[in-house]
Write a protein that binds this ligand. Structure first.
Ligand code: AMP
Ligand code: MG
Length: 408
């Protein structure tokens, strides 16, 4: 049986960044990765620009720290100056407006007293270029301002607009299909009958896909019946990643492994030494049974909600992130145990916990929890502490690794 680290290595080796795509810039591409170098089509600022509301003047006229000047023009932002500022002359200027020829400094309006076309200026710290942002100080026309690989944050989006880009080549979001399986699973808007259980994995996994940066699609609940499962899997293989939950262990009605094999999905692992989890399947489409499905990735996650959630964070999220050329993670934190915590387990166990940054560094505090079906029990957790196999009396202050699941 594989360790988590070995299994993750197999997943990452099979997740190859998706082809790039020209996309319109809008809030929906926030977080995507740029797939081209971007050059500016203009100087920025395009002209020497006033950084303050005030008086544009010749600094030499205020050498003593004081001067009385004649205002020859008013220049609001958006207007081009028409006059040259000569000796003992000045222009009233607004933030963002172009500096008129002749002027080499702007004195802020708070240091000026205006009376008709006369202005008294008091500025003891005058020097050339005061309050002026020089043309092309930020960037020159033709200069590369963003490199391929940059992740689009709000500031990158603003800069792309500043250099005239409304569309750009991006690493597209991975398209991810989600299909829970199980005859006992009913949609959330149905009151469960005898033996039935609501579909919490669907809502949870779709949200995990979105949080990882992928584009989620819900395919529906697959019945524990080969024909129906085959139909949903065939549809799911049109996406970059297919996530199934449930039906993946060795029970009589666990049809997932067989149906996947039948449709050309080669299982690269089916069991990982971990808790919760263990039956977790990862496969890649090798043969061409389903059209255009080659190299598509398939995950069969265990049905219990917390197992599903943990396996997603350990294996699926890294795959989605790598397809999108993002840092795959997962993100591990070395933390000190907040209290004594004796724990006995036969497999390395991911136990829900509160991860916190304190004055003494990261601390981790396991939360009360009764096992893999207990989704409510992990509401107060923001991480999973990794507890090694065996019978251990973990003590307050011991160092343990924690899986941080709340990154963005
Ligand atoms: P399975 O892996 O199919 O044997 O399912 C294991 C357990 O997880 C069973 O008790 C299921 O009822 C439960 N389970 C499976 N799928 C879901 C789901 N989509 N939402 C909530 N619980 C589920
Ligand atoms: Mg089942």
């Amino acid at each position: 049986m594989l360790t988590v680290a070995q299994a993750l290595e197999i997943v990452l080796a099979n997740a190859v960044p998706l082809p790039t795509q020209m996309m319109l810039l809008g809030p929906d591409v926030l977080g995507c990765v740029l797939a081209e170098d971007v050059a500016s089509d203009i100087d920025l600022p395009p002209f020497d620009k006033a950084m303050m509301d005030g008086i544009a003047l010749r600094s030499a006229d205020v050498r003593t720290g004081e001067a009385e000047l004649t205002i020859i023009e008013e220049i609001p932002a958006g207007k081009t100056p028409t006059k040259t500022v000569g000796a003992l002359q000045a222009a009233r200027i607004m933030t963002g407006a172009p500096i008129p020829t002749g002027a080499d400094a702007v004195v802020m309006i708070e240091n000026c007293t205006i009376d008709g076309d006369k202005v008294r200026v008091k500025e003891p710290r005058i020097k050339p270029r005061l309050n002026i942002l020089d043309r092309a100080k930020e960037m020159r026309v033709g200069e590369i301002v963003l490199r391929a690989g940059a992740r689009l944050r709000p500031q990158e989006m603003g800069l792309l607009a500043a250099v005239g880009r409304t569309s750009v080549k991006l690493q597209a979001a991975a398209r991810v299909a989600v299909a829970p399986t199980g005859d006992e699973i009913v949609p959330a808007d149905v009151k469960p009958g005898p033996g039935q259980i609501r579909n919490s994995n669907g809502a949870m996994l779709l949200a995990q896909v979105a949080r990882a940066g992928g584009a989620p699609t819900f395919l529906g609940i697959a019945r524990d019946e080969a024909t129906h499962l085959r139909k949903l899997v065939t549809e799911g293989l049109l996406y970059d990643v297919l996530i199934l939950s449930g039906g993946v262990s060795a029970g009589k009605l666990d049809l997932v492994p067989g149906v996947l094999a039948e449709l050309g999905v080669e299982a690269l692992f089916h069991k990982v030494v971990m808790k919760p989890g263990k039956p977790v399947l990862f496969g890649v489409v090798r043969s061409g049974k389903v059209k255009d499905a080659r190299n598509k990735l398939v995950f069969g996650l265990p049905g219990n909600p917390v197992s599903s959630l943990v396996c997603f964070e350990l294996f699926v999220r890294p795959a989605i992130r790598k397809l999108m050329a993002l840092d795959p993670g997962p993100s591990w934190v070395n933390a000190k145990l907040a209290r004594d915590f004796p724990y006995r387990t036969d497999r390395p166990t991911y136990h829900p916990a509160q991860l916190q940054l304190t004055d003494a560094g990261w601390t981790i505090d396991p939360t009360a929890w009764f096992g893999s079906p207990d989704l409510r029990g992990i509401l107060s957790a923001n991480a999973f502490v990794l507890l090694p196999e065996g019978d251990h009396h973990h003590r307050a202050g011991d160092n343990l690794m924690a899986l941080n699941v709340e990154n963005e």
